[in-house]
Design a protein around this ligand. Structure first.
Ligand SMILES: Nc1ncnc2c1ncn2[C@@H]1O[C@H](COP(=O)(O)OP(=O)(O)OP(=O)(O)O)[C@@H](O)[C@H]1O
Length: 506
């Protein structure tokens, strides 16, 4: 799950005031207040008063955060109904088919699946049908050991709770027998024939509870973890739906053993049944699965298409009614956020981020309303945050290649070709004692930077001189350079600049 949750940490992008400017304003205000010695000792010095004085923009900002689970999911009725039609089997005590859910990021897969599982669990309580849904985010829990350990411990907890309730019930039954002085009446309609049977059952349950042992998060052989998990699931009769969100990450990190083991469990379970619901935004991940796992997992497939601009508008409208004060948004704000997010790939998370960031920018500039300009600034800021994050996490060699391109651009070179990049790159490597890769490898790294949207590399034909790549930077030069130089290995490169400069001056 990608999110721009850090979007609210720094709003210095665009035409916003920089933090330095903002703190300068504060200094002036503070000086004024400090000079006034007639102030009460305990009174504040007005640091926050200015910020609080504007009209509030948000009524409940949390509603726009990714962690919020909406009660209503417009435009996902069809997918939600399909999931429910499959999972209703669990409420009839049957095993639901396994489900695979696909769709690009931000298309509401997790939100819809969680909505359906909440409904399933509450309905199962209402009709007293034993059914539980376990959610696992495989981006975090990404090995077979961890998945099985997390599931084992959840079911051990559930079993302990079940035993506790059951023992309480049986003890009440014993009390009733003792009060009546006769067991016939209290034991009618129960599975027990005598007071002794009840007492024996209590002992058995307590002995079971004693035996449960939580699985540590590392250290056991995996087959031991599997067997504890298996016994914990099979302890009582129930249908279990295991939701594996970002299932592709699990397969990528640790192969398909977990899925193989989970999908063949039903043939061995005696009391319970397991059904798997996998969620993925990688449509191709099943290509890497064992054919048996693939066919078992994909019994039912549900696709979540991207939202179009109109659908995003509805989604934003629903949320903004709760999130913002009445009248805080000018009328073009929601359509513009929806249009920007639809251009990306119909991502509702992006649309909500944009709306929230626009609101925050308006709030910080003490504007009374959020307008179109705030949305445009928010778009720039989110894009810049993305670039900063991508550049920051590049491997050192790619950073050096990118830095070479930046140096060329800064020195006014247009239509940069691979040879020029390679020459500067080589000097940079020597300067910081890094290994020098071959020109061919550097060409590959340039293509990777192109795919990440950091540079634009077009192949141009030079007639009989063959073909070459013309490279240009697609991200803001100053900010990108600053991120590169914040890497401790590249920090020293600043001193190389006069040298590079000299090369161009020749
Ligand atoms: N139809 C909708 N109505 C309201 N909110 C929605 C809708 N679809 C998505 N959202 C919101 O958009 C955000 C992203 O949704 P969600 O996490 O479900 O996407 P996803 O498809 O699981 O994405 P990823 O693959 O990146 O995990 C969440 O905040 C969610 O509440």
């Amino acid at each position: 799950m990608t999110d721009n949750d850090n979007a609210d940490t720094d709003v210095s992008g665009g035409t916003e005031r920089t933090p330095a400017e903002t703190s300068r304003d504060f200094e002036v205000d503070l000086d004024d207040v400090v000079l006034d010695e007639s102030d009460d000792e305990g009174a504040s010095q007005g640091l926050f008063d200015d910020l609080l004085s504007g009209e509030p923009i948000f009524e409940n900002k949390e509603v726009l955060r990714p962690s919020y689970t909406p009660h209503e999911l417009p435009h996902r009725k069809e997918q939600i109904n399909k999931m429910a039609t499959i999972l209703v089997a669990a409420l009839r005590g049957e095993t639901p088919s396994n489900i695979l859910i696909y769709g690009k990021t931000g298309t509401g897969k997790t939100a819809s699946a969680k909505f359906v599982s909440n409904e399933l669990e509450s309905t199962s309580k209402k009709y007293e049908v034993p059914c539980s849904v376990e959610y696992i985010n495989c981006e975090v829990t990404d090995t077979q050991y961890r998945v099985l350990a997390q599931l084992a411990n959840k079911f051990i907890d559930e079993n302990e709770a079940y035993i506790e309730d059951r023992v309480d019930e049986l003890e009440e039954l014993l009390d009733r027998i003792d009060d009546d002085g006769d067991e016939t009446q209290p034991l009618a309609d129960t599975e027990f024939d005598s007071r002794g049977d009840v007492a024996e059952r209590i002992d058995e349950l307590e002995a079971d509870a004693e035996e449960f042992e939580d699985v540590p998060m590392t250290g056991w052989p995996t087959d031991r973890v599997y067997s504890v998990f298996f016994d914990a699931v099979d302890y009582e009769e129930r249908v279990v739906v295991i939701m594996l969100d970002e299932i592709d990450k699990l397969v990528e990190k640790s192969g398909d053993d977990t899925l193989y083991n989970l999908s063949r469990m039903n043939s061995e379970l005696e009391n319970s049944r397991v059904s798997i619901m996998g969620i993925s935004n990688d449509l191709k991940f099943t290509d890497f699965l064992d054919p048996r796992v693939k066919s078992s997992l994909g019994e039912e497939e549900i696709v979540f298409p991207p939202y179009d601009a109109n659908q995003l508008r509805d989604i934003l409208q629903h949320r903004s009614d709760v999130a913002f004060e009445p009248g805080a948004l000018t009328e073009d704000v929601i359509p513009l956020c929806a249009a920007f997010a639809a251009q990306e790939h119909g991502d509702a998370r992006r649309a909500l981020d944009l709306l929230r960031t626009a609101g925050e920018l308006a709030e910080r500039s003490q504007s009374e309303v959020v307008d179109e300009e705030h949305v445009r600034q928010a778009q720039d800021k989110i894009e810049l945050d993305r670039v900063v994050e991508v550049v920051r996490t590049l491997p050192t060699q790619s950073k050096l290649v990118l830095f070479a391109i930046i140096l060329l651009e800064k020195n006014g070179v247009h239509n940069i070709n691979t040879g020029e990049v390679f020459n500067i790159y080589k000097r940079l490597c020597e300067e910081i004692d890094a290994d020098v890769l071959t020109q061919r490898r550097v060409t590959d790294l340039i293509s990777e930077l192109d795919m990440l949207g950091i540079v634009n590399a077009v192949v141009v034909s030079k007639g009989r001189y063959g073909r070459t790549k013309e490279i240009s930077l697609s991200v803001p030069i100053e900010e990108t350079e600053a991120v590169l130089l914040s890497d401790s290995r590249l920090g020293d490169i600043e001193e190389v600049q006069p040298f590079v400069q000299a090369r161009f001056n020749n």
